[in-house]
Structures are given as C-alpha cells and as structure tokens.
Design a protein around this ligand. Structure first.
Ligand SMILES: *Cc1c(COP(=O)(O)O)cnc(C)c1O
Length: 464
C-alpha cells in the first residue's frame, strides 16, 4: 500500500513512514493511492470477530506487507486490554432506531484513546525497525494530550512534550495530563489560548534542526489515527445488520478526523447511508457541507471545548477526494485559504460530498436542552460533545425510516462534570479512571506564549 500527498508535490511513501512523519514534506496530508475494499462476506465475518481482531485486520489492509499479521494482532490486543468494557466500544440503545456508540471506555474517557493506543504501538514498532528514538510534541485543547500521555508514558525510545492552555481545560482533563510520574513525559502550561499552543507547535515542526533531531507529532492528521477510528464504524454497523442493512451516523466534529474515518469506511464498502457532521457554534464544517463554502470565523468558547476549532485539518483530505485527487488544485485551494480564509468547493466535489454527508450546527442552549431531554427520556447522562451529536441526529435524521441511526458518544460525562451538572442537575458518578487521579502530585512547567521559551525547554528535553 502506497500513500500520496494531497498536495501532489511529495514522493509516495509507505505505511510506516506515514506513521512516523504525519505531514507530507510538501505540507499535504497522506492518503492511500487506492482504497482497500471489503466483500460482503468479509464484512459479515467481522460479526464473529472481537474488536481487536477487526482492528488488526483493518490495519493489515493499510499496512500492506510492512507489518506481519501476528505482530498486528499483538498490538491490537495490547492496545485494547486497558479498556474497561469487554466490547471496547459498546452500542447502547437510546430509543427505537437511535443508538449511542460509546467510545469513552479508554484510560482518559474520550474517543481519542481508541486510535492513540494503537498509534503508540505502531510508532514504537516503526522506531524500533528504524533504530531511532523520537520526541513527540503535542498541543492539546484537552483530550488529545491526556490520550497521548496515557499511550506514550514509560516508553524508552520516546519523549513526549504536551502543551495546553493554562486554565482553559477541565480539571479532569488536566489531571490526566499532569499526574503521570514517568520521566519521559513533560508538560507545559502556556499562558494563552489553544491557538497559541498550536501556533508554537507548528513553528517548532518547521524547524529543520529539531526535525533532524527527531521531533515529530501525533495530531489528528496522522493517517494511522484515521485508520484506528474506522474500526468502530465497522464493528457497530455489522452489529446492527450491515452489510444487509444500511446505517447512518451522527459525528460530533472538530478537526473532522472522526467523520473522515466514516467516509473511509464507506469507501471501503461499509454501507453507510448518511454521515451527519455535528458541530457546535464553531460550525465551519457543517456549514461547508450545507452551503459548499468553507469559510473561517473567529473561534468561540463553548461547553464542548474539544470541538472549538475553525480550521478542520482533515477537510483537506475530503477536498482532495472531491476533486478526484487533483493535488495541484488542492494545494492552490489550501494556499488561498491561508490568505482569504474562504474556499468555494467546486460543484462536482459538492455532489460527491452531499451524496453522503449532511451538516448541523448546534448552539449552546440546544446542547444543554439535549442533555436534559436525553436524561429525562432515557435515564442516560451524556457529555456536551455527545449532546451535539444527539441534537444533530434529531434535527437531520436518516434518509429511510428503517435505517438505524448511531450517534458517536465521544466523551464520558464524568470528564465534563460541571457542565453536565449545570444542565441536568445531576452529577455524573466518577468512574475508576477519575477516582485514581485523586491526591496525585501534578508536574507542570508554566511558560508564557513565547516560541523562544518553549523551544529552549524542548531542546533541553531532546538534549540538543
Ligand atoms: C476531539 C474530540 C471531538 C472532535 O473530533 P474530530 O476528529 O477532531 O472531529 C469530539 N468530541 C470529543 C470529546 C473530542 O475529544
């Protein structure tokens, strides 16, 4: 399996290089040259396999001959052993035809764990084969940082540096990042907002000296994270009757990684009837789907902070698919967006996109009302991100009345206890992952939002 860049200006690369590099050298995102396709019999067989076995099988289709089957199986078993539900990502029925797909049974209670646990094993394996070590730098708006710390702590060939905006993430999110004791984990609180952290990380990635010394990233554009997120579309769809039946999904969306994984599953032959792009007030992706215009507005703070994003990195992959792999066109559109903050998606690309996607932007009041109504009618407490997905599912619905509609439940309500309590009057009971954080010492270095200051800490960590 070969991977090409969405900007058409980089040589094709193999799977392990794509895992280690993240971004292509021309600034584009990697995508497979051709989609692997599954037959109906192969899909049906997934119904008789456990989650880790499906994950290993899917990964194998993207890794080609670069990793052998037994190694993949071992990685997947190991990655999902730390999940607290035997099904890894269980389905829960809310009402007739409407389901939650619970993606929050991992160590940090958000769906980022599902792919990050797998990525860490792939990364470790790739570094081992290349005889290399790496320093991974992550900027987080809350959930990615904790997932990365859990996945990479204690690995001898990896150092991890996490930047988060001081005072702007929930207490539970912060404790997942700051309490691990392993000394390969380094945490920096930045006096600024998430965009400041992101800008510093992007500048450091462009530093050729640091790149040569092994600095790299695991953000949501890393192709192996997308692959890890396709797995639960397959397991859930097959459990609800695919390939015989079509299934619709509503996906709480920020960087468009999770929703794009649904598109990938669809291209691989999974009969997805509809993908609903559910956003909060930061609605750049849902507006694009509805109007054909991808236009950035200022970021506003919401109750669902993991989706407070106004430039969805994975949109570039969808655009590239929409313009039938025209790298030159994609590069031109992305460069123009950097200047004008607008892309008008060509009509032929919109025809492809509208064939599968619908979009809905959910405001703060509707998010809170949805938490209340869901608790009232089903007894389930849902987190604010999941509530955006449920609200969008109710607004848009499925195309055919008999189609099961599945909402991706992206975080555990106990990860956002204040918000859930404020909306519903009920405090979610803390699961063991949260109780274990009590009375632990935090290790944080606090720095101004200054590139030079962060760079010197990163150099110190890397020993260069
Ligand atoms: C990251 C995240 C999202 C958004 O996922 P994307 O892949 O960035 O679209 C939604 N909900 C939660 C809880 C998250 O952590």
């Amino acid at each position: 399996m070969r991977y090409i860049s969405t900007r058409g200006g980089a040589p094709a690369a193999g799977f392990l290089d794509v895992v280690l590099e993240g971004l292509a050298p021309d600034g584009g995102l990697y995508i497979p040259e051709a989609w692997p396709e599954l037959s109906s019999d192969e899909l049906r067989a997934y119904g008789r396999m456990d989650y880790a076995a499906v994950a290993a099988d899917l990964l194998g289709r993207f890794a080609g001959d670069e990793i052998d089957k037994s190694t993949l199986r071992h990685m997947a078993d190991d990655a999902y052993a730390c999940f607290t539900h035997a099904a890894v990502t269980p389905l829960k029925q809310l009402e007739r035809g409407l389901w939650l797909l619970e993606l929050f049974h991992g160590p940090t209670l958000a769906f980022k764990d599902v792919a990050m646990q797998l990525l860490a094993r792939l990364y470790d394996h790739a570094l081992g084969l290349r005889g290399r070590t790496a320093t991974i730098l992550v900027a987080t708006s809350g959930d990615t940082g904790g997932a990365a710390v859990e996945a990479f702590r204690g690995r001898s060939n990896i150092r991890l540096v996490v930047l988060y905006p001081h005072g702007r993430i929930s207490d539970v999110q912060r404790l997942f990042i700051t309490t691990p004791e392993e000394d390969n984990v380094h945490v920096i609180a930045i006096d600024g907002v998430f965009d400041d952290c992101q800008a510093i990380v992007k500048s450091l990635f462009q530093d050729q000296g640091l790149h040569n010394a092994g600095l790299s990233g695991v953000n949501s554009i890393n192709w192996s994270r997308i692959v890890g997120q396709t797995v639960y579309y397959f397991t859930s769809a097959v459990a609800l009757g695919a390939p015989h039946r079509r299934i619709a999904y509503s996906v709480p969306t920020g960087n468009f990684g999770d929703a794009f994984a649904g598109y990938v599953a669809h291209r691989m032959g999974l009969p997805i009837e509809r993908l609903i792009v559910a956003t909060n007030a930061n609605d750049i992706m849902s507006r694009m789907v509805e109007t054909g215009r991808y236009a950035r507005s200022p970021v506003v703070a919401t109750q669902s902070p993991a989706m407070d994003i106004q430039a969805a990195s994975n949109f570039e992959r969808l655009y590239f698919e929409g313009v039938r792999h025209e790298g030159v066109d994609t590069a031109r559109a992305m460069r123009a967006f950097a200047d004008t903050v607008v892309i008008d998606v060509p009509p032929s690309a919109m025809t492809m996109i509208r064939g599968l996607f619908r979009g809905a932007g959910i405001d703060e009041a509707e998010t809170a009302r949805t938490m209340v109504a869901t608790h009232h009618s089903t007894g389930e407490l849902i987190d604010p991100h999941t509530a955006v997905g449920v609200a969008a599912a109710r607004r848009i619905g499925r195309a055919a009345p008999e189609t099961p509609l599945v909402v991706l439940a992206t975080a555990h309500p106990a990860k956002f206890p204040e918000t859930v309590l404020a909306a519903t009057g009920v405090e979610p009971a803390p699961p063991p992952q949260v109780l274990a954080l009590k009375n632990k010492r935090e290790r944080i270095r606090r720095l101004p939002a200054d590139l030079g200051a962060v760079k010197s800490v990163v150099r110190e960590v890397m020993g260069v």
